[in-house]
Design a protein around this ligand. Structure first.
Ligand code: HEM
Length: 384
């Protein structure tokens, strides 16, 4: 190697160290020592919310990680999360860039489950996904999107569910290119290529929905849904003359369907799994339903205020099985100070909901499924 090249390498290392020194002259929150270039990515493992919870045991509930070239701060206690999301909410209200009708549907689901043979297994996850997708479909489009909820195999529903699942998996991958932009062109984990392919599948699905809606969606009652409103806006503009493009409309639909389907379906699936594992809890909620609703009609939204034990079961399911264990990342619009530590501008914020909801200093028996912890005292005496 020529002396000139050696000189430039030494200069680059010197400048890099000066840069690091400059950054650390502010007191960053504690955290594990980052490796060169990749930073703390090797510390994450297959379940980042688990590894981050273990690291927080050592470094505390406000931790700094470096993912490639990106600063990441992790909030792993309720009080630290409140500092970011309440005291400094305006500063953390944006997301970092990365690569990437109600009762009818529930009644259809209930009928499908009631019809199922007692000796055969049903694919509850699949049925719940049909239910949540069609519920959002009714609000957004004024109609179902997939299947009829009868439990028969519907290829469109299967495809849609697999697309949403794949999107969640790909969005959850700690993509090295997001943290070391210089390596983006290599697409080391193939995330960008898979996202592009998935995007084409989603686009075909949504284009069909939007085009079909333009032809069939504008008769009478059908007008009262979000897509019709967006298509009218596209043609006439809002009060400021702003007109959403087809791409923006499809992006909004995608956002609602992806954010709302698998999250809701997997939460209900976990709740049912916990009820099967805890027959005492199941019997107690059945008793509450029998006494508040009876056996002649279905539950409606206005009954929920009286179904306090059911509410406690939902809260306990959210606690133990959060559908988004690290929430969704946010980005610091400006640098700020939290708990005496410097949080650099453009840091990514991750809130470890999974760890907070199992924090043994806050929850008694944190790993046990005990809806009673969310149940008002006075009710406890009536039903226990
Ligand atoms: C069990 C059900 C659900 C869970 C656990 C859940 C959880 C979350 C979480 C943790 C966030 C991030 C909040 C933050 O940044 O602090 C979020 C954002 C969001 N959720 Fe949900 N959600 C659920 C259902 C739904 C439903 C039914 C819809 C819509 C139909 C929906 C639409 C959204 C949207 C649009 C965002 C913002 C996305 C963005 O900023 O990119 N979610 N949700």
């Amino acid at each position: 190697m020529s002396p000139l090249v050696l000189y430039f390498i030494a200069l680059a290392i010197f400048l890099y160290l000066c840069f690091l020194n400059l950054r650390t002259s502010h007191r960053l929150p504690p955290g594990p020592k980052p490796w060169p270039l990749v930073g703390n990515l090797p510390h994450l493992g297959p379940k980042p919310h688990h590894s981050m919870a273990a690291l927080a045991q050592k470094y505390g509930p406000l931790m700094h990680l470096r993912m490639g070239l990106v600063d990441v701060v992790v909030a792993a206690s309720a009080s630290v999360a409140a500092q970011f999301l309440k005291a400094h909410d305006a500063n953390f209200s944006s997301r970092p860039p990365n690569s990437g009708a109600k009762y009818e549907e529930v009644a259809a689901l209930t009928r499908a489950l009631a019809r199922a043979s007692p000796t055969e297994a049903v694919n509850l996850g699949q049925l719940l996904n049909v239910c949540t997708t069609n519920t959002i479909g009714r609000v957004m489009l004024g109609r179902k999107v997939v299947g009829d909820g009868s439990g028969g195999r519907d290829q469109k529903a299967v495809d849609f569910q697999s697309m949403v699942r794949e999107l969640m998996v790909l969005s959850g991958v700690f993509n090295i290119s997001d943290f070391v932009p210089a390596l983006e062109w290599l697409d080391l984990q193939g995330v960008a290529a898979k996202m592009k392919k998935l995007h084409r599948r989603f686009d075909a699905f949504l284009t069909e929905i939007v085009e079909d809606h333009k032809i069939n969606g504008f008769n009478g009652a059908e007008m009262h849904n979000m897509l019709s409103t967006l298509i009218s806006l596209k043609e006439e503009g809002d009060s400021d003359g702003l007109k959403p493009t087809d791409t923006e409309i499809k992006a909004l639909l995608l956002n609602m369907f992806t954010a709302g389907t698998d999250t809701s379906a997997s939460t209900v699936e976990w709740a049912i799994a916990e009820l099967i594992r805890h027959p005492r809890v199941l019997a107690k909620v059945q008793q509450e339903l029998d006494s508040v609703i009876g056996r002649e009609r279905l539950v409606t939204e206005s009954d929920l205020a009286q179904l306090t034990y059911l509410q406690a079961i939902v809260k306990e399911t959210f606690r133990l099985h959060p559908a988004t264990p690290l929430s969704l990342p946010r980005i610091a619009a400006n640098s700020c100070e939290i708990n005496g530590y410097h949080i650099p501008k453009n840091s990514t914020l991750l809130v470890n909901i999974w760890a907070i909801a199992r924090d043994p200093t806050i929850w008694a028996d944190p790993l046990k499924f005990k809806p009673e912890r969310f149940w008002p005292e006075e009710k406890m005496q009536v039903l226990t």
